[in-house]
Design a protein around this ligand. Structure first.
Ligand SMILES: NC(=O)c1ccc[n+]([C@@H]2O[C@H](COP(=O)([O-])OP(=O)(O)OC[C@H]3O[C@@H](n4cnc5c(N)ncnc54)[C@H](OP(=O)(O)O)[C@@H]3O)[C@@H](O)[C@H]2O)c1
Length: 299
């Protein structure tokens, strides 16, 4: 029996999303095809993409080539948060294109990638609700939404907002946003749960990991998963890391360890990325992708 079949099954949220998924940002072409193929082999059943990642077609091809049934998979994509994209007709058109590119007839989850304050929440979420009514999408959600935006989206949407996908890891404090998500039964999906790899060399995480024969990355992922209402989507192109990132269900951090990890500061960049932080606010104005020149100036 292969090792992943002996691991505990990945738990799912109330709306059926496996709480560990594969992130696919910055993977395109054959690299993306190979990574998704390896991830499905390793036991992943949840794949996260976005129109902006330009890899939906490769993900679709990897699914088509695999022996895993579509019904066993949970597939997420995202509509871009530009004003033009948040108009009802564009939302429908882009979603139909996503389905064609991925070779599927419905998405499990469609997110608004980031909010644009110029846009009209009732129109945007009304259109998302129609996609659900028409069977193109099973669930809808949001990404990079502040607590206030999330509450406005919930009020405007005819169907439940299943998740808010935001940056969350030991170096980003999202205490207030997580409390808001829980209050409204919205799952917080943690993106960049490894701080884009920065947690790997963290001495506290390494020391805690040694107690359980786990790596620093595994401890960071376990910390997120051990919090109610949190799901994680670590990205990896490396089959060994993919397996390690699934192997976080067979140990439990103590309350003291959970607190020590929450108190880690990490690089300044990540501290400023928490909801309300300077970089977070900047990204809300320009979209989530910060120009390289600015990124390189913040340690
Ligand atoms: N909604 C949004 O605005 C948004 C923004 C950012 C990200 N996301 C989503 O979240 C996903 C994950 O975030 P991310 O890609 O920014 O970063 P991440 O998952 O925090 O980190 C990925 C990096 O960590 C490395 N890594 C993975 N597992 C490891 C392990 N077990 N040990 C050591 N290193 C490991 C990877 O290396 P290799 O790849 O070389 O294996 C890669 O360099 C994205 O891919 C995307 O799907 C969403």
């Amino acid at each position: 029996m292969s090792e992943h079949l002996m691991m505990p099954a990945v738990p799912t949220t109330d709306f059926g999303m496996p709480r560990i998924g594969l992130g696919t940002y910055r993977m395109q072409g054959s690299k993306c095809f190979g990574a998704v193929t390896a991830a499905l082999d390793a036991g992943y059943r949840h794949v996260d993409t976005a129109l902006a990642y330009e890899n939906e077609a490769e993900i679709g091809r990897a699914i088509e080539a695999s022996s895993v049934d579509r019904e066993q998979l949970f597939l997420t994509s995202k509509i871009k948060g530009y004003h033009d994209y948040l108009r009802p007709a564009k939302i429908r058109h882009e979603t139909e294109q996503t389905l064609i590119r991925m070779g599927i007839d419905r998405l499990d989850l469609l997110l608004v990638h980031w909010w644009n304050p110029q846009s009209d929440m009732r129109a945007t979420f009304g259109a998302m609700g129609e996609l659900v009514a028409d069977g193109l999408v099973d669930h809808i959600g949001v990404s990079n939404f502040s607590a206030a935006e999330l509450e406005a989206a919930i009020a405007a949407s005819p169907v439940p907002i299943a998740t808010n996908q935001v940056e969350y890891h030991p170096y980003v404090d999202q205490t207030a946003l997580l409390a808001c998500c829980r209050q409204h039964d919205v799952v917080l999906t943690a993106y960049s749960p490894l701080a884009e790899g920065a947690v790997v060399n963290d001495e506290t995480l390494q020391r805690i990991g040694n107690r359980y024969e786990k790596t620093a990355a595994q401890v960071a992922l376990r910390w997120s998963l051990q919090q109610d209402g949190v799901a994680i989507i670590p990205k990896s192109a490396t089959p060994q890391y993919m397996e390690e990132n699934l192997a976080v269900l067979d140990f439990e951090l103590t309350k003291t360890e959970m607190r020590q990890i929450a108190e880690l500061d990490g690089p300044l960049w990540y501290q400023l990325n928490a909801e309300g932080g300077a970089i977070y606010e900047f990204r809300r104005m320009i979209g989530p992708y910060v120009p390289k020149q600015i990124r390189m100036r913040v340690p």
